[in-house]
Design a protein around this ligand. Structure first.
Ligand SMILES: Cc1cc2nc3c(=O)[nH]c(=O)nc-3n(C[C@H](O)[C@H](O)[C@H](O)COP(=O)(O)O)c2cc1C
Ligand SMILES: [Fe+2]
Ligand SMILES: [Fe+2]
Length: 408
């Protein structure tokens, strides 16, 4: 698509990936974009590159504005291959350019490419670079979400180029948030933000709070946030920062996600009275069968809800494999401020539900005990047990105060 001037002489020159549905295991139903930005100043500066497969798209975009040999500086905010995969090809066309990168970024880049002929300037938190009219301020954001990560603030444009932070996996002809909302919806955009946060940034809530506080303390004015994926925030960028703070503080909906799997539908049948019990407590509920749901969607739904009930049959004394995989993955994301319980059907010795609780303890989640195990198919009295279990869990979810700034 055409390049877009997002601020005077600052152009989006990125690429739209309409077709991607699996982004390193994360399901991207809406595709994504790889954004990068060209500052046409005395010293022409490219901020971030692009995934290898889209190198030609970005090169064509740049060529429409200037010759590649004229690029003086390249800022690399993050070395993940979706943002640097094409740097070697770009460096062939502008070998005179100096790369501005964090120290850990340089060390990582050396592992991906032969960088011996490239010129580097290692930058630290607070370092600046003048491109002529514009001043770039580099703010290191280590572990948000890689050790090398940083963001670049363009002072005179009040523009924060935020790298993966504040991004969303959305492929669209809209370059800006207001354009996207006008043709799609606010709720679709909000969902994409939560999806991204849950799957990529969930482990780093504390760091996010510290970093946002540090940026606020700098007293810099931000009237646009341009991430490296999805739409650019120009309508009210403070809103997306607030959303991140809320999520970092554990904000969730007053709702329950039932995340289950089943072989012969007994565990599945338990979900029906369970759900009714939850609903009768005035709490909304969403049920997902894991084998019918991509992992990243289940993670997102877990994150949206204040409470989750995990349903697993017992197989060979242990949890059903998809549930084990889900909890294993969830553990890596180090969720906080969420309450969980488990239920499921068994045949003889059982063990699946107990194992789910062992996992909850390992993850460090708030636990609702005891879980509910039933033999084979739930009978009428079992259904009542399920209903009561759901109801009691919903009561607990309503009372749960582990969450700061919680809201319905
Ligand atoms: C391959 C297989 C292995 C099983 N292993 C166990 C087991 O080790 N212990 C147990 O209590 N039940 C075991 N069961 C029985 C199931 O837990 C029982 O059928 C349960 O009702 C299944 O729930 P579902 O209908 O939700 O899949 C096994 C069932 C199958 C098909
Ligand atoms: Fe990344
Ligand atoms: Fe990325």
């Amino acid at each position: 698509m055409k390049t877009v001037e997002i601020k005077p002489n600052i152009f989006w020159v990125g690429a739209i990936d309409w077709a991607i549905r699996d982004f390193h295991g994360y399901i991207t139903q809406r595709g994504t974009t790889y954004n990068n930005y060209l500052i046409m100043d005395e010293n022409i500066t490219l901020i971030d590159t692009v995934k290898e497969d889209f190198c030609d798209v970005t090169l064509d975009n740049i060529k429409r504005i200037t010759g590649l040999e004229k690029i003086k500086n390249i800022v690399i905010n993050h070395i993940e291959p979706d943002h640097v995969g094409s740097i070697d090809k770009i460096m062939l066309l502008c070998p005179q350019a100096t790369i501005y990168i964090s120290e850990r970024g340089k060390r990582g880049l050396d592992r991906y490419f032969d960088t011996s002929n490239w010129q580097f300037k290692i930058v630290k938190n607070g370092d600046t670079l003048s491109t002529g009219t514009y001043t770039l301020l580099f703010i290191e954001t280590p572990m948000l979400h890689w050790p090398d990560s940083m963001v670049t603030y363009v002072k005179e444009a009040k523009l924060l180029i935020s790298q993966d932070a504040f991004g969303q996996h959305i492929a669209s002809s809209s370059r800006f948030d207001d354009e996207f909302v006008a043709c799609s919806s606010q709720s679709e955009l909000d969902d994409a933000v939560i999806d991204y946060y849950a799957n990529i940034l969930m482990p780093f809530g504390q760091l996010i709070k510290t970093k946002i506080a540090e940026i606020v303390k700098l007293g810099i004015e931000i009237d646009m946030i341009a991430p490296d994926h999805g739409v650019i925030w120009r309508r009210n960028p403070e809103k997306i920062m607030q959303s991140y703070l809320d999520m970092a503080n554990g904000k969730a909906n007053l709702s329950v996600a039932i995340i289950y799997d089943t072989m012969w539908h007994s565990t599945e049948q338990m979900t029906i009275p369970l759900m009714q019990g939850i609903k009768d407590e005035g709490v909304e509920c969403n049920a997902l069968k894991l084998r019918a749901t991509p992992m990243s969607v289940a993670i997102k739904e877990f994150w949206k809800a204040r409470g989750s009930l995990i349903g697993t049959p017992t197989v060979n004394n242990v949890m059903f494999p998809s549930i084990a995989e889900f909890l294993y993955h969830l553990g890596g994301l180090r969720p906080k401020n969420r309450i969980v319980g488990a239920f499921g059907s068994f045949g003889w010795g059982g063990g699946g539900v107990k194992e789910a609780y062992d996992m909850f303890k390992k993850i460090g989640l708030e636990i609702f005990e005891p879980g509910l195990q039933l033999q084979y198919r739930p009978k009428e009295d079992d259904k009542e047990k399920c209903y009561n279990f759901g109801r009691d869990f919903a009561k607990k979810v309503k009372e749960y105060h582990g969450v700061v700034n919680n809201q319905k």
